[in-house]
Design a protein around this ligand. Structure first.
Ligand SMILES: *Cc1c(COP(=O)(O)O)cnc(C)c1O
Length: 459
């Protein structure tokens, strides 16, 4: 005996289109889209009905599913998420959150014509770099500067310009992989250069570079080992020594700083990262760094250094391929202007504000969020606020954790994985992390406590 409901129970598209509960949806989304979504729903029902006993089918239920399908199709793929991972500059979540000043400059540049490449004094074609170069030079002490798509592009164009078909000497301790396919040996090869490794993983001295010099040498390259740290018996060649060696042999010295801080972060009680101005002061020919890491701005690669070298880079055809658009230039200009006033920087630059957030501020927010979460889960979960560590992220200040406040959710029926899924399905998705089989929410980058409670903010 077959108790499964017959396929005839499924209404036809024509019949459904006349149904009252679909009227509004047709009006809102057009008949064509509704028909398309209906076909998918009915097909799904046919598959389900073959398996399930007593499956109820009603016009109302179909209308509800129809609405959620169309809503899903209409929603943007790139959308807001709540970053409760504790990693401030997270590549998966778009790295730095831009300051308001950059956002408003982006809006202005996007909505109207601008003098992007127009010299208003001379009334003729100008250079897009002109909006940023003087600012970068002022903030870094460099003679000249230019900007490309990201730091990977910056390293690529610098090496290709100065050392094409020549050798690039790098310490074995600096042949790093940053993630997302940026590996120093690969970028050197792609730039048309040949890698010459010197020293050992943990110790490299100036003599090691010197011994590797030949008539084929094009560049002495230093790479900031952003995302890892060698500790113990180590020796790193000082940039000054390398610059002296480069001068003596007329070989340019380039440093890929990775994050590149424009200010001394130790002033804020943070671990020290190399400051761009200090490196330039040591006489390095060119440095490169990211726009969206510690700098706190949009994706970009900043190249700063000697005038003659920057001029050559600007003439490389790759520059045209790697150039930034008006949106990036607008955001960067506003960002650099914020750096001109260090007194207000901490307040205005979200990345720095998150890095320096006080424990008491985070504790207040964590407690408020914990209260909301206790209400949401009722007796099913134990919610606790405790001390923890957040990371800066994107390879900045590796191994350094910042003291933070963590909310732990211990659910009686749901595993940490299930909890993570529940929070991810929220609108907007809330992304935490799992540690020791517990689901955690780090409040460091959270602005309002409600943002951590599922179903509290609808957007
Ligand atoms: C992050 C990083 C890069 C890549 O920079 P992007 O701006 O992400 O392209 C290159 N080198 C170092 C040392 C880095 O830390």
């Amino acid at each position: 005996m077959n108790k499964k409901p017959p396929l005839q129970k499924i209404p036809s598209v024509d019949k459904l289109l006349k149904s009252k509960c679909l009227e509004k949806l047709i009006e809102k989304h057009s008949r064509e889209r509704v028909v398309q979504a209906l076909r998918a729903i009915l097909e799904g029902l046919r598959r389900k009905i073959r398996k399930e006993i007593g499956l109820e089918i009603s016009d109302e239920m179909i209308a509800l599913e129809l609405e959620s399908i169309i809503e899903e199709e209409n929603s943007h793929s790139l959308k807001k998420v709540i970053n409760a991972t504790g990693t401030i500059i997270h590549t998966n979540f778009g790295r730095a959150i831009l300051p308001k000043e950059s956002i408003s400059a982006i809006q202005d540049a996007a909505a109207q014509a601008t003098n992007l490449e127009y010299d208003l004094k001379k009334g003729k074609r100008g250079s897009r770099d002109s909006h940023l170069e003087a600012l970068i030079c002022r903030l870094t002490g460099a003679e000249a500067a230019t900007v490309v798509n990201n730091n990977a592009a910056a390293v690529l164009i610098v090496l290709n310009t100065v050392a094409k078909r020549k050798e690039v000497i790098v310490s074995r301790g600096e042949l790093v992989e940053i993630g997302g396919a940026f590996r120093v040996p690969d970028i050197i090869k792609t730039s048309g250069c040949k890698l010459v490794e010197v020293g050992t993983t943990n110790r490299t001295r100036a003599e090691d570079y010197e011994r590797a010099l030949s008539e084929k040498t094009g560049v002495l390259l230093k790479v900031h080992a952003s995302n890892y740290k060698i500790i113990g018996f180590t020796e790193n060649t000082d940039l000054k020594e390398l610059v002296a060696l480069g001068r003596k042999n007329a070989i340019p010295v380039i440093e890929d700083l990775g994050s590149g801080a424009l200010i001394d972060l130790s002033v804020y009680g943070l671990p020290k990262e190399p400051v761009v101005k200090e490196q330039i002061g040591k006489g390095v020919d060119v440095v490169t760094f990211s726009g969206d890491k510690l700098l706190g701005g949009p994706q970009a690669g900043i190249i700063a250094g000697k005038r003659a070298l920057i001029n050559k880079i600007n003439k490389n055809p790759l520059k045209r391929a790697l150039r930034v658009d008006k949106i990036t230039i607008a955001a960067l200009e506003a960002l650099f202007r914020l750096y001109l006033n260090e007194e207000t920087l901490q307040d205005k630059l979200p990345a720095l504000r998150f890095m320096t957030r006080s424990l008491s501020d985070m504790e207040g927010l964590a407690k408020a969020a914990a209260k909301g979460l206790s209400k949401f889960f009722g007796n099913d979960a134990v919610i606790e606020v405790s001390n923890g560590g957040s990371e800066i992220g994107s390879g900045s200040l590796p191994g350094e954790e910042l003291a933070t406040k963590i909310i732990t959710i211990d659910h009686k029926k749901m595993s940490a994985l299930k909890l993570a899924e529940l929070f991810r399905k929220n609108k907007p998705p809330i992304i935490g992390r799992i540690k020791n089989d517990k689901f955690l929410l780090d409040v460091r980058c959270i602005e309002k406590s409600e943002e951590l409670v599922p179903g509290c903010v609808e957007k």
